[in-house]
Ligand binder design. Sequence first.
Ligand code: CA
Length: 250
Amino acid sequence: MTEPDKHTIAEAIERYRRRTGKLPQPPRAVLFDMDGVLFNSMPGHAAAWKRMCDENGIPASEEEFFAYEGRTGASTINILFRRTYGREASTEEIEKLYARKSELFRKMPPVDTMAGAREALDLCRTEGIPSVLVTGSGQSSLLKRLDAEFPEAFPSGRRVTAADVSHGKPDPEPFIKGREKAGAGIVPEAVVAVDNAPLGVRSASESGAFTIGVNTGPIPHGALLEAGADIELKSMEECTNLLRELFHIV
Ligand code: CA
C-alpha cells in the first residue's frame, strides 16, 4: 500500500492554497461520496443504465455512464433525451425510467464495499471527526445497505442524497449542504471531501473543501486533478493514509 509522502501532501496543500487563497485547517468534517468511494458499484450502475436504454430504444454505450457519474438520475436521463429526441424528459418519463434503472441495478450481483472505505470511516470515528454522506444517488437499495456495512458512520442527519438538493453535482450545493450537516460554524477550509468522479470532484472543490480524488474506476489518471482535486489517489486505502496525515499535520 502506497503511503502519500510528505512532498505529495505539501504539493496538495499548495494547490489548495493557490486556488482558494487559504490554507487548509485541521479537518472538522470529512464528506464522502458513495458510489465508487464506499461501494464498488459503478460497473453495476453503468450496466443497469445501458440495459434500461436498450429496453427503451435509446442509443447509449456502457462507458458513457462513467463520465456522467455524480449526476442525478434526472440529469442523466435528460442528457439521453436531448441527444435522442431533442428535448428534455417529462417528470413522468424521468420517474419511470429511473425506477426501471434502479430495478435493474437491484437485480445485478450484490456490490462489494470499496476496499479501504471501512478503515477511512473508522479513522474518522476514532478521531472524533464527523463523516457525512454526499451522494447524487437516490438508489434506495444501496442507501439502506449503508447502515449494515458502515454502522453509525452516517446517521440520518448526516446524509445528503438526490432528494436534498435542487442542483446536483457538479454544482457545489451537495457538498455545501454536507458541510452544513456536519455541524454549525465549520468553514470550508476545515472540510475534506472524497469523490471518485470528475463531476463530483468539481462539486467538492468548488464548495471550498480540500478535495481528495480517488480514481477507482476506468477514467484516465490525472482526470481528477484536472477537474479540481487537490490530490489524486488510486484507492481508498491510500485515502485512509492521507486522512491520517491530514488529521495531524495541517
Ligand atoms: Ca461516485
